[in-house]
Design a protein around this ligand. Structure first.
Ligand code: UDP
Length: 383
């Protein structure tokens, strides 16, 4: 997404842009495929949500969008429950009188219609709320996060990770609460194809920027860029790789996706996404047949279902050779900051960007905002 957005903005401003994409398709991890009367997201469910109107306005130049409010089911003690934990989940998991008492305490402490964090509950001075926090943590967060991040104690991760999933003091069972929640009507791939469809953009698929391609040599302390050929390079990959691992490898988490075609069954898979916090090696299963009706497509008797297994990123491994997430620990952050310092002297020539370049937990809207501001900064630097 980052590369596409930057490319389009610069092309619109009269720059010739050459896009190098190591995969055989555009759209990065947002890539999807139209099949079985739906869109299958090849790299995990991508749910666009934002409260930033500027992002919506920008993206709507390249696609129509259809409202979609994501819901997630978690299988907890064998039962399907709505996540994030809400007053609704409380009613489904606790005896009636206890659920009423806890609801009252939550409303008293945080206010009806609000949301809080798992940390606030775990640290609550009220013993009932603290205990409830312990229950939610054990049943929803602990096992899932251990698998996802490969850590024993997920509470040691940057708090921003678990805070992505709130505890709702309401009956709202939507996964997100942003103002704009929607899907590109003809899929993400088409959105990015449209964005890159510009006479000044040359797209080179199946072409990673092997160091020789753009004459970058970052193995030496000095980076060499063939400035006669390119005014600037925007690099959307891993920052440590770009710097030839000068300070050692940054940790990333990877995912392995197992796809299968199954008979459509919304009774067993009531939502697009089902999370499995405990018991299995995988974290979630996405059933893309749920998007058919959302996008106004006819249902199909078969569904594409993709199971997601997390693992440690290892470029030489069979299943985990692609980095999907930075690892949000303080030691990784410290190492990232060294790399960030390392590339500063080269910023007139190279901008490192994107989730892996900035080592941040960007959602699609964050990536889009960051890309727009990178493009604008570049444009203002050359006038
Ligand atoms: N998480 C969890 N249980 C869940 C859902 C999320 O423990 O049922 C935690 C987990 O650590 C996960 C993080 O919250 O990595 C962020 O969840 P999100 O759904 O935003 O993950 P993403 O879609 O970005 O992989």
């Amino acid at each position: 997404m980052t590369g596409c957005v930057i490319s389009r903005i610069l092309a619109d401003q009269g720059f010739d842009v050459e896009v190098f994409e190591r995969r055989d398709h555009v759209g990065g991890n947002c890539h999807d495929r139209c099949e079985l009367n739906s869109y299958t997201h090849q790299y995990g469910p991508h749910l666009f949500h934002t409260s930033d109107r500027r992002v919506v306005d920008f993206l709507k130049n390249y696609s129509d969008f259809t409202p979609y409010f994501h819901k997630v089911t978690a299988i907890i003690d064998g039962a399907p429950l709505p996540v994030p934990f809400s007053l609704r989940t409380l009613q489904l998991t606790h005896p009636h009188s206890l659920a009423i008492r806890l609801s009252e305490k939550l409303i008293e402490a945080f206010g009806f219609g609000s949301q809080t964090t798992i940390y606030a509950l775990l640290n609550s001075l009220d013993s009932d709320l603290k205990e409830l926090g312990g229950y939610i943590y054990q049943s929803i967060f602990l096992g899932y996060s251990q698998k996802q991040w490969g850590v024993d104690d997920p509470l040691l991760l940057d708090k921003g990770v678990l805070n992505r999933v709130p505890v709702r003091i309401s009956n709202n069972t939507n996964y997100f609460d942003d103002t704009y929640q929607m899907m590109p009507t003809y899929g993400y791939t088409q959105l990015f194809k449209n964005m890159l469809d510009h006479p000044r953009i040359a797209l080179r698929l199946n072409k990673s920027i092997e160091l020789t391609d753009v004459s970058i040599d970052c193995s030496a302390s000095q980076m060499l860029i063939d400035a006669s050929q390119y005014a600037h390079l925007f690099y959307c990959g891993m920052i440590d790789q770009f710097c030839d691992y000068t300070y050692g490898r940054l940790p990333y988490r990877s995912l392995h996706f197992e796809s299968k075609k199954v008979a459509t069954n919304h009774a067993d898979r009531p939502t697009l996404q089902t999370n499995y916090p405990s018991n299995f090696d995988f974290t979630r299963i996405a059933d893309y047949s749920h998007l058919s009706s959302v996008l106004g497509l006819k249902g199909h008797q078969e569904s594409m279902v993709i199971t997601e297994y997390p693992g440690e990123y290892d470029p030489s491994s069979l299943n985990f050779s692609q980095a999907f997430y930075p690892l949000f620990t303080s030691s990784a952050r410290t190492l990232y900051l060294r790399y960030e310092e390392h590339v500063k002297p080269y910023r007139a020539l190279v901008t490192i960007c994107g989730r892996l370049g900035h080592y941040k937990y960007y959602d699609m809207d964050d990536a889009c905002v960051a890309a727009i501001s990178i493009a604008k900064r570049f444009l203002s630097s050359i006038v």
